[in-house]
Design a protein around this ligand. Structure first.
Ligand code: FMN
Length: 380
């Protein structure tokens, strides 16, 4: 993604608070809660009351929330404390979250993911070797029960294992539906399994899942197709990170790859495409390239709503929407720190600063204890 140009089609005066239809949902505003792993699920990856309270705090009438990356396969673990949607207990835990959010009149999608090679033997069933598209060593750290440790060596997934993972996404979609989620999002970014298959720095397979761009996009579209079978295309979104390098991702021609991938996704008529702009490395701001370009570029080939994410504040979000280069903006770190972010953006109120040390794991501290606005709130 290197060309910066404006292809905006927004009507004059479109703002963060202009209502919009996304799939079957009428949204009151375009401020989206980004999927945010908080690693606070209970033993066995079961969603709990703390999580219900956290999401409920951020729910406002007609707002879209995307719940954190949630495991679909036992061998998909990428960090300790992540919730799953693999079994009845987890499903029941998610119902509490969904009900709490619906009680506030908000809409909630669940992000489904498989970590692939971003894992560690300690996170695998029976201490197994994590799978990826190809057995390529990488230097990422993984959060296990012992803290952040180097990922262990991975191995190439067999065709049977790939097919089984596609089935896992289908089963997870069914459980998400039973739990009451309004929709589901596929995590195709941030160096996890789907992204690992897309980019040729991590995918060096020689079968139908590797080599050509068409082959590398195959897993993405197979999974989306099975998710759509359960929910219908208008309740399925996909998140991609066309410029993402987190997880030691690299591709020899990202523009061609992601343009083709998005052309394929466009054929489904999805609820939305969610793009991480090249303004963040993981969740740390980049200062080498600050213009949002992913949404601009891929707008040409995707005809549904686009959510842009990555390094936005209220002004940046208003700008990209005003230009028509994205339809909605997902906020991550500021939504962690500001449960009433929608109100603060609408009224131009100052934002609470976020505390990075409590992002991942822990208690209610840094989760549900950020203050709602009052006149003495600290200015960022
Ligand atoms: C604590 C934390 C957890 C995150 N977890 C996820 C996740 O589960 N799924 C995902 O796609 N992105 C995840 N991200 C990335 C965010 O969704 C978002 O793209 C990133 O923070 C940049 O947006 P921001 O500048 O508004 O924070 C996470 C980021 C943070 C800070």
């Amino acid at each position: 993604m290197s060309t910066l140009e404006t292809t905006g089609t927004a009507l004059a005066g479109t703002s963060l608070f202009t209502p919009i239809t996304v799939g079957l949902n009428q949204l009151a505003n375009r401020v989206v809660l980004a999927p945010l792993t908080r690693m606070r699920s209970s033993e066995g990856g079961v969603p709990n009351d703390l999580m219900a309270e956290y999401y409920s705090q951020r729910a406002t009438p007609g707002a879209l929330l995307i719940a954190e990356a949630t495991l679909v396969s036992p061998n998909g673990h990428a960090y300790a404390g992540a919730p799953g949607i693999l079994n009845e207990e987890q499903l029941e835990g998610w119902k509490k979250v969904v009900n709490a959010v619906h009680d506030k009149g908000a809409i909630i999608f669940l992000q489904l993911f498989h970590g692939g090679r971003q894992s560690h033997q300690d996170l695998q069933p029976d201490g197994g070797v994590p799978i990826g598209p190809s057995a390529i060593p990488h230097n990422n750290l993984v959060c296990t029960e012992d803290g952040w440790v180097p990922a262990t060596q991975n191995r190439e997934a067999t065709i049977e294992e790939i097919h089984s993972i596609v089935d896992d996404f289908h089963a997870a979609a069914n459980r998400a539906k039973q739990a009451g989620f309004d929709g589901i999002e596929l995590h195709g970014a941030n160096g996890y399994l789907i992204d690992q298959f897309l980019q040729d720095g991590s995918n060096q397979r020689t079968d139908e899942y590797g080599g050509s761009i068409e082959n590398r996009v195959r897993l993405l579209t197979q999974v989306v197709s099975r998710m759509v079978d359960v929910y219908g295309a208008d309740s399925v979104g996909v998140r991609l990170g066309p410029s993402g390098r987190w997880g030691e991702m690299s591709d020899s021609n990202p523009l061609e790859l992601f343009t083709y991938a998005v052309e394929q996704l466009d054929k489904f008529g999805l609820a939305y495409l969610h793009l991480i702009e090249p303004r963040v490395f993981g969740n740390v701001d980049r200062d080498d390239l600050v213009e949002p370009v992913a949404a601009v570029q891929l707008r040409k080939v995707f005809h549904g709503p686009i959510i842009a994410a990555g390094g936005f504040n209220g002004q940046g979000a208003a700008d990209i929407i005003g230009r028509g280069d994205a339809d909605l903006v997902a906020f991550g770190r500021y939504y962690v720190a500001n449960p009433d972010l929608v109100r603060r953006l609408r009224e131009g109120l100052p934002l609470n600063p976020y505390d990075r040390s409590s992002f991942f794991g822990g208690t209610e501290v840094g989760c549900t204890d950020y203050p709602f606005y009052s006149n003495n709130a600290e200015l960022v």
